[in-house]
Ligand binder design. Structure first.
Ligand SMILES: NC(=O)c1ccc[n+]([C@@H]2O[C@H](COP(=O)([O-])OP(=O)(O)OC[C@H]3O[C@@H](n4cnc5c(N)ncnc54)[C@H](OP(=O)(O)O)[C@@H]3O)[C@@H](O)[C@H]2O)c1
Length: 255
């Protein structure tokens, strides 16, 4: 992966410390971007991501911020701009999944998920957009989920809030693409099941059912999602905006 398509660009990846976000950080750095790795709690994971990038000759710094909090997100952008320059490439990846039975899910759980997955996406894009417009260049990818496009019968009754938050991200991507173009392109990525901490508690039985239902018969790897994100941030996708692109191993064939 020794392309240098993103040379000279500054990228900010929310939730870049672990899982899919870490793979995105590493991929963008390998492409020449200076990478801001955001984390909320797991500083050691963020440091690991940063150090992996530096060992490969890349540029990376870590930034603590809660994307669900507007001021915290804005302060992170201030620090990134000071250290690495204006943010040209933004990936809103930070997310949480709280499995809660549909009959007993509380309003608190609903709001907690919306705060991180939806408000967190909004706060980062809103803080980035003015600078991108002023400079006439911005590329944004928002991580949604295939569960935001269609409920999964195996998990549906426990993922109402999560699926709704991710559906809202799909709508947000469309609205922002229309509203922020032509200088800024905004796309979404909807992963299917990917092996990360988020899916670590999937039981063997559920894993077997979920993989049996996918054309490729397996969970995805974070690096496979990162490759699609990289493409959408690069100029190889120069006529693509407002779409949410599925990478789910053929789990849901959504038209
Ligand atoms: N894994 C899947 O199967 C799958 C499928 C579809 C979509 N997705 C989506 O892909 C994204 C990444 O998922 P993942 O599986 O890589 O999750 P993960 O391994 O649980 O990592 C979550 C990341 O989000 C960060 N984060 C959580 N809350 C945050 C907050 N309030 N502010 C800033 N950062 C926060 C975490 O930071 P800390 O390290 O500091 O905790 C961590 O870096 C999420 O949006 C998720 O919904 C995942």
């Amino acid at each position: 992966m020794a392309d240098r398509e993103l040379e000279g660009r500054t990228a900010l990846v929310t939730g870049g410390s672990r899982g899919i976000g870490r793979a995105i950080c590493i991929r963008l750095a390998a492409s020449g971007a200076r990478v801001a790795v955001n984390y909320a709690a797991d500083r050691r994971a963020a440091e690991y991501t940063r150090d992996r990038i530096r060992e490969d000759g890349g540029v990376a710094e870590i930034y603590l911020a809660d994307v669900g909090d507007r001021d915290s997100t804005s302060a992170m952008f201030d620090a990134v701009e000071r250290d690495l320059g204006p943010v040209d490439l933004l990936v809103t990846n930070a997310g949480i999944a709280r499995s809660a039975d549909s009959l007993t899910m509380t309003a608190e759980t609903w709001h907690e998920i919306m705060r991180v997955n939806l408000d967190g996406t909004f706060h980062a894009v809103w803080r980035a957009k003015d600078g991108m417009a002023a400079r006439g260049f911005g590329r944004i990818v928002c991580i949604s989920s295939v569960l935001g496009l269609v409920p999964n019968p195996i998990t549906a009754e426990r993922m109402i809030a999560y699926g709704t938050s991710k559906a809202a991200v799909v709508g947000f991507v469309r609205q922002c693409a229309a509203g922020l173009g032509p200088a800024v392109r905004v796309n979404g990525v909807a992963p299917g099941y990917v092996a990360t901490d988020m899916t670590a508690d999937v039981s063997d039985e559920a894993h077997a059912r979920l993989t049996a239902a996918a054309a490729l018969r397996r969970f995805g790897r974070s690096e496979e999602i990162a490759e699609l994100v990289h493409f959408l941030l690069s100029e190889r996708s120069s006529f693509t905006t407002g779409q949410t692109h599925i990478a789910d191993g053929g789990y849901k064939f959504v038209p």
